[in-house]
Design a protein around this ligand. Sequence first.
Ligand SMILES: [Zn+2]
Length: 141
Amino acid sequence: MAKTIHDRLVEALTAAGEKTVPNSRTQKYTVMTRASGGFWFIGRAGALRTGQNATSSIPSDGMKRRLLASEDAAMKKAAPKKDVQKYPLLRCPQCGYEYRPTMNAFRTTDKTKCIGRDAIEDGSVSKMHSFNHPFVVVDEE
Ligand SMILES: [Zn+2]
């Protein structure tokens, strides 16, 4: 079951070191400590408010965005390495040079003229070298 925004906010605040205030759960809010003063009120539907009490609390949408964003970042960081997006390995069928692009926009076509491996080794076309082969995608499976 997918976590609700409420649950994600509580987890993100917990990860940030805040504590759920016991016996103060209202029908509407989970109440948590706030290091800089007052309390956090997390609504059942995912509202995040801050203040001394639920009645006088004010929305904290900026903090809510930051909490959800930091949680997303933490999840991405924890993701297994094989899930990290990588660009396909390319190989020049003429000279055998292999190159893995670092950006999605990288393209050469079968009309691109191969400059050969000598140019790689002598460094004469170092900078734009990778744009000068008629690359085909290598099947890495
Ligand atoms: Zn080549």
